[in-house]
Design a protein around this ligand. Structure first.
Ligand code: ADP
Length: 422
């Protein structure tokens, strides 16, 4: 069914893939997100596919190999253009993986030119003279300076990317972008003539991204954060429409599982409980003590599911989380809670839940895996960056899922999510 595929995307992490798919859908492109490279063909007809990998911080050779595997699958589905998606803070180490993956994709596609820009003005990520700003400060002065895995200490993206690449890296600056498509195309020609193969592109606003879009029409490969996606659907004759985000209507019981301990999720859990929602807290120490928390939670939920949404949460305030981590170890506590929540999600779906909200990035990954969901069609946005999705679990049940990374969403996110599906 892949013959209609327009845009094939490769994302270096799971929530980043959803973010990109969401931008495409909001601009008129039907999109499906796959978890890893699918073994078979697409399950539904769509305009764009985003293959979600987990290659942001893996060794470069592994990231390259997985990205090339994704490329081959997308090409087999007939993709006309390839989009390599990375983080809007350009998360990478001195050795990669943005540069090595970009160059490997260029080699495989036989192309001598591409662009690179993490700009996403809607999310406070702008690029000016090649320097990336996060909100009002340079990337190197933002919290990313202290990131545990990918500390970003240089905001000059031309320099950062050049250090990761064999090919020459150049710049298309804000004046050129501001002058529009013809000027951008001219600049691309000039850079090519100078032997530049990858151009960092300035963008200060959505208008810049919309001016950039048409100039990228003939490129076999685009590399970017999710922002550039807003300018691409028009190249395929698509415009924003309700139709692109249409999903089957929501049926079955409703549940939220929350493993995020972010401030936003703490507020969302509180709001749900204060509104009278049925909620069950998971105590990591009881799980560690060997109590069958999964079975107990499912027995609690079973009679309630007919009455309205239930919430199961390990969400806790920083002090409580620290204390648990001190007793069990950070990673052990995390992995143990993720396993319990994923098993509860599996059990809830077996009890008839067909509308499931998951709060937490890692928690979402664990739930999707436990449910055996491989492909998700992207639907309407609940809050910025978080759409409803629709897919099939390993047992063949169709269900709606909303996968929320920790800090996303307003206080009433859970209520708002279910209201949107009614
Ligand atoms: P976020 O998107 O907010 O980062 P994640 O799901 O990615 O959320 O990460 C939260 C991590 O914290 C997970 O590994 C989860 O299992 C762990 N966790 C959840 N609740 C607790 C808790 N009460 N104590 C300790 N760790 C917890």
């Amino acid at each position: 069914m892949g013959s209609g595929l327009l845009l094939g995307c490769i994302a270096d992490d799971f929530t980043g893939a959803t973010d990109l798919a969401n931008n495409l859908v909001r601009n008129g492109m039907r999109a499906v997100q796959t978890i890893g490279v699918p073994a078979g063909p697409l399950e539904v007809n769509t305009d764009a596919v985003v293959v979600a990998l987990k290659t942001r911080t893996t060794p470069a050779a592994e990231a390259v190999q997985q990205s090339l595997e994704a490329l081959r699958w997308l090409q087999a589905q007939g993709a006309r253009q390839i989009y390599f998606k990375y983080c809007s803070t350009f998360d990478s180490t001195t050795h990669g993986n943005i540069g090595p993956v970009t160059e490997a994709l260029m080699d495989a596609l036989g192309t001598d030119f591409t662009v690179a820009t993490p700009a996403f003005p809607d999310n406070q990520r702008t690029v000016f003279k090649g320097y990336l700003f996060v909100g009002d400060v340079l990337l190197s002065e933002s919290g990313m300076r202290d990131h545990p895995l990918t500390p970003m200490t240089d905001a000059n993206l031309v320099r950062v990317l050049q250090a990761q690449c064999k090919r020459r890296v150049g710049l298309i600056d804000y004046r050129t972008v501001g002058a529009g498509e013809a000027a951008i195309r001219q600049r691309i020609q000039a850079l090519r003539a100078e032997g530049v193969a990858i151009a960092v592109v300035d963008a200060l606003s959505n208008d810049d991204l919309l001016r950039l879009g048409p100039a990228l029409k003939d490129l076999k490969l685009v590399t970017a954060g999710s922002g550039v996606a807003i300018g691409l659907p028009a190249n395929f004759g698509l415009r924003a429409s309700e139709g692109a985000s249409r999903l089957p209507s929501g049926l079955g019981a409703r549940a939220v599982v929350a493993g995020s301990c972010s401030q936003a999720t703490n507020r969302q859990v509180r709001t749900f409980i204060e509104a009278g929602g049925a909620a069950m807290a998971l105590d990591p120490l009881r799980i560690a003590a060997g109590q069958d928390v999964v079975a107990q939670t499912l027995a609690w939920a079973k009679p309630l599911l007919a009455k309205g949404p239930v919430l199961v949460y390990s969400t806790a305030e920083p002090g409580a989380v620290k204390s648990v981590q001190g007793r069990l170890g950070v990673e052990q506590a995390g992995a143990m809670v993720e396993r319990a929540i994923a098993a509860i999600a599996r059990g809830l779906v077996d009890l008839g839940v067909r509308q499931l909200v998951v709060a937490g990035g890692e928690t979402s990954g664990a739930c999707v895996q436990a449910l055996g969901v491989r492909q998700l069609q992207i639907g309407p946005q609940i809050d910025p960056g978080v759409p409803w999705c629709w897919g099939r679990d390993g047992a063949g049940h169709h269900l709606h899922m909303a996968l929320k990374s920790g800090n996303f969403g307003g206080d009433d996110f859970f209520g708002k999510a279910f209201a949107l599906l009614q």
